[in-house]
Design a protein around this ligand. Structure first.
Ligand SMILES: Cc1cc2nc3c(=O)[nH]c(=O)nc-3n(C[C@H](O)[C@H](O)[C@H](O)COP(=O)(O)O)c2cc1C
Length: 385
C-alpha cells in the first residue's frame, strides 16, 4: 500500500521522504514534484525560512527514465540553511555551542518534548517538530497526485479564512478556484482579496503577532466506493481526518458542512438522491462532502482544516527557563507570521497520500496497466448499477 515516512531535522542537511507501495510504470516528472514544493514555499507572511530555501527534490531511488520501477521511492530535499548550521547540528560529539534553546515556546513541542526525551537543549526537540518536515509530505503528496491524475482524479487546496477575514468561494468552479489560488499570494479561491489580507498580515507583523486560518481541499473525479464501514479504521473519513490533523498547527478538521450540520434539522443536513439515465445516481447538494458511511459516494470530496496562529511570536509570550526556572520571554526563532497558504498545499498533499493508498489498495496490482484494467472493470460494474 502507498505509504510514506519522513526523516530530517529543520537545520540538518536535508529532509527525506521514503514511499513504499508504488507500482511500476507510472510516469513521474521531477518538474511536477518541484512545482508542488514551490507552491508550498509561496505565500505572503512567510518572512522566515522560506526566504532562504529553494526546495528541489533529488530522486535517490525508485524512478528511472521518468517511470516508477515498483521499488521504494526515496526523495531528498536538501536544506540550504544547513550551510549556516553545520557546526551546531554536527552528528559528531563536537557540536559548537551557541544555539541551545532553554526558553520553551508555548504552543510548540519544546517543553513537553524536552520532558519526554530528557533533553536539556530544546533544539533537540524543535528541530524535528518543526514544520520544515512538511516538505517531505508535499513531495510524497506530489507523487500521490501524479498517480491519481492517471485516473482523472484532481485536487485543489485553497484558503477560506485568515484571522477573522472569511473568503467565500461561492459558486466559483473548481477550475476558477484553482486559477485564483495559484495567482494569489494568499491562495484564495476568488480574486480581489489580496489587499485586505495583506493589510491584516502587516498589522499582525507590526505588533510582533501571528495569524492562522482555515484551508479547504477538494478532490474531484473520485469513484464511489473508496473506504468502507467495516471497521473504525477502514472508514475513509477517519483516515483523512487523522492525516490532516497530523499537520503541525492543524487543530480542527471538517468534512463537508462539518460543524455547521449540527445546527440544522435533518431535512437540511443530508443530500437527497436522484437518478437519470445519463448521470445515473447523483445529488443536488454535497453537504456530506463526498463521504457517506466512510465511503466515497462519487461527489467531490470536500475537507477543511483549521490552523492555529503561528506559535513563535516576535513579541514573545511568557515562559520559564528550563535551567534556572526563572520567568523569561519565550525563544523568538526566525519565524513565519502566517503560513495558511502553505498549509493548504500540505493539506492537499496529505489528502492525496490517503487517497492514493485507498485507490492502490482497492485496485492494486504490480504495474500501471494491471491497475488501469482493474479500475475500468470496477467502473463498468459501478456505472451499470
Ligand atoms: C506550513 C507550516 C509552516 C509553519 N511555520 C511555522 C513557523 O515559521 N514558526 C512557528 O512557530 N510555527 C510554524 N508552524 C506551526 C508549528 O510547526 C506547530 O504549531 C508546532 O510544531 C506545534 O505543533 P502543534 O501546533 O500541532 O501542536 C508552521 C506550520 C505549517 C503547517
Amino acid at each position: 500500500m502507498f505509504h510514506f515516512i519522513s526523516a530530517g531535522e529543520s537545520h540538518g542537511p536535508g529532509v527525506v521522504s521514503i514511499i513504499s507501495g508504488v507500482p511500476s510504470g507510472f510516469p513521474v516528472s521531477v518538474d511536477g514534484i518541484n512545482g508542488e514544493l514551490k507552491r508550498r514555499q509561496k505565500g505572503y507572511g512567510r518572512v522566515g525560512r522560506m526566504a532562504i530555501e529553494k526546495d528541489r527534490v533529488k530522486i535517490i531511488s525508485g524512478i528511472r527514465g521518468g517511470y516508477t520501477l515498483g521499488s521504494p521511492i526515496a526523495f531528498l530535499i536538501e536544506n540550504k540553511d544547513w550551510e549556516n548550521w553545520a557546526p551546531y547540528m554536527n552528528p559528531d560529539a563536537s557540536v559548537q555551542s551557541g544555539r541551545e534553546v532553554t526558553k520553551p515556546r508555548p504552543g510548540h513541542a519544546d517543553l513537553a518534548g524536552g520532558m519526554k526525551y530528557g533533553h536539556t537543549d530544546l533544539r533537540n526537540v524543535l528541530e524535528r517538530a518543526s514544520a520544515r518536515e512538511t516538505v517531505a509530505r508535499t513531495a510524497a503528496g506530489a507523487l500521490a497526485k501524479i498517480i491519481l491524475s492517471q485516473f482523472k482524479i484532481d485536487f485543489i487546496g485553497y484558503v477560506i479564512s485568515i484571522g477573522n477575514v472569511a473568503i467565500d468561494p461561492g459558486e466559483v468552479s473548481f477550475e476558477g478556484r484553482k486559477i485564483s489560488a495559484s495567482n494569489s499570494p494568499f491562495s484564495t479561491p476568488v480574486p480581489d482579496m489580496d489587499d485586505t489580507l495583506r493589510g491584516l498580515v502587516d498589522k499582525a507583523k507590526s505588533k510582533g503577532d501571528t495569524l492562522g486560518g482555515v484551508v479547504e481541499v477538494v478532490a474531484t473525479g473520485l469513484p464511489p466506493g473508496l473506504g468502507g464501514p467495516e471497521q473504525w479504521y477502514t472508514r475513509l473519513d477517519a483516515k483523512l481526518a487523522a492525516a490532516l490533523m497530523s499537520i503541525p498547527a492543524i487543530k480542527g478538521v471538517e468534512i463537508g458542512d462539518g460543524f455547521e450540520l449540527s445546527k440544522r434539522f435533518g431535512s437540511d443536513a443530508q443530500d437527497e438522491i436522484y437518478f437519470d439515465n445519463f448521470r445515473r445516481f447523483y445529488r443536488k447538494t454535497n453537504r456530506a462532502g463526498g463521504l457517506e458511511g466512510g465511503i466515497t459516494n462519487g461527489e467531490p470530496l470536500v475537507l477543511r482544516a483549521s490552523m492555529k496562529p503561528i506559535p513563535t511570536l516576535m513579541t514573545p509570550l511568557h515562559s520559564v527557563d528550563i535551567e534556572s526556572k526563572k520567568d523569561i520571554d519565550a525563544q523568538a526563532e526566525r519565524s513565519d507570521v502566517m503560513a495558511v497558504p502553505a498549509a493548504s498545499v500540505v493539506a492537499e498533499a496529505m489528502t492525496a497520500v490517503v487517497l492514493a493508498g485507498e485507490f492502490l489498495q482497492k485496485f492494486g496490482g504490480d504495474n500501471f496497466e494491471d491497475i488501469s484494467r482493474n479500475y475500468e472493470n470496477y467502473l463498468d460494474r459501478v456505472n451499470a448499477y
